[in-house]
Design a binder for this molecule. Structure first.
Ligand SMILES: NC(=O)c1ccc[n+]([C@@H]2O[C@H](COP(=O)([O-])OP(=O)(O)OC[C@H]3O[C@@H](n4cnc5c(N)ncnc54)[C@H](OP(=O)(O)O)[C@@H]3O)[C@@H](O)[C@H]2O)c1
Length: 307
């Protein structure tokens, strides 16, 4: 890594993390191209998502799973950021996760290799490769592909990411709006929510930093919060009086079995399997990058202003 990355290609850049990171990369004086699958079956949702992405980035729509498409668009890239991710797959076989994490990463590595693009920032997750959830297993397989490559890779493993428009506090806020009582499986599962600004800072610092090459950074916040605690903080920030009902193991599992069959899978069997592991880390990857982790619990009202 001799020169700073001037042109950065971001996969999954239209999402929650992507739109903040893209803005930051542009502010740092880089050219940014976001790759996206385009509208798909829900054009309205895509339009809404695209409206949140700064117009200063180039947006290229195409089949991000296709190695030829990737080869063509990585032509003059200096670095690639892979933020593609899903929390649920169709069915419960693990194939969907393998496709989105392992196979897409493999195609990306091939395209980068063929174009002599050497710098990759790969988003992963805490507990990748651990436990028996298909999501975490596929995450682990993707990490293994990246580590086996000859690229200058850096892997980031966040706990849940918190910030305006997130899928954590904002999601629970939407549920609590309607439900006076919220039954929750694995209510005692522990997380260390990490602030979106810190995640973006980590990527921004690492991209040109040779010391971050071949490193894996767990990204966690300073507070360990249970799932029930996160929901209670959400209710309190809105002044809502809600009952969080911690379900015993068997009922929590049953809730996931039922959720698996509902449209949009509000909770799935695989989510349940992931929840068996606490999403916490003793190692502080932010500190290793010189970033002091932001406390999230005191920022919940700010987070909810966007929802
Ligand atoms: N948010 C968190 O708490 C958290 C925690 C740990 C890890 N992560 C990981 O961090 C990354 C970014 O998270 P995020 O919260 O920004 O996610 P997000 O908002 O869901 O964005 C992910 C992006 O991935 C693309 N994508 C989704 N399904 C795809 C598919 N089947 N094939 C190809 N591309 C697909 C989408 O882009 P297009 O629709 O434009 O194609 C989407 O905008 C993900 O890998 C996520 O798993 C997030």
């Amino acid at each position: 890594m001799n020169a700073p990355a001037r042109h950065v290609v971001v996969l999954g850049g239209t999402g929650f993390v992507g739109r903040s990171l893209v803005r930051r990369l542009l502010d740092d004086g880089r050219r940014v191209t976001v790759l996206s699958r385009g509208p798909g079956p829900d054009p309205a949702a895509y339009r809404a998502k695209r409206a949140l992405l700064t117009r200063d980035a180039s947006l290229l729509e195409g089949d991000v799973h296709d190695v030829d498409f990737l080869r063509a668009v990585l032509d003059d890239a200096d670095a690639v950021v892979n933020l593609v991710g899903i929390l649920n797959e169709k069915g419960d076989s693990g194939e969907g996760f393998e496709q989105v994490f392992t196979e897409l990463t493999r195609s990306l590595l091939t395209a980068m290799h063929d174009n002599h693009v050497r710098r990759l920032l790969q988003m992963s997750a805490l507990n990748a490769g651990l436990g028996d959830s298909h999501y975490l297993q596929a995450r682990g397989h993707a990490e293994r592909e990246v580590r086996a490559s000859r690229l200058n890779w850096t892997i980031f493993q966040p706990s849940v990411i918190a910030g305006p428009g997130d899928g954590l506090f904002c999601r629970f806020d939407r549920l609590l709006k309607r439900a006076p009582v919220l039954p929750v499986g694995r209510a005692e599962a522990r997380f260390q929510p990490v602030w979106i600004g810190d995640v973006v800072e980590a990527f921004a610092r690492a991209i040109d930093d040779p010391a971050s090459v071949h490193q894996t950074y767990p990204l966690v916040g300073p507070e360990v919060l249970t799932l029930a605690g996160i929901i209670r903080l959400t209710a309190r920030a809105r002044g809502r009086h809600r009952l969080v009902l911690a379900l015993p193991e068997a009922l929590g599992k049953l809730q996931a079995d039922v959720g698996e069959l509902l449209p949009g899978k509000p909770i799935s069997r695989d989510n349940w399997r992931s929840l068996q592991l606490d999403s916490i880390s003793r190692e502080d990857g932010l500190a290793r990058l010189g970033i002091e982790a932001t406390a999230v619990a005191e920022r919940v009202e700010e987070i909810l202003t966007a929802s």
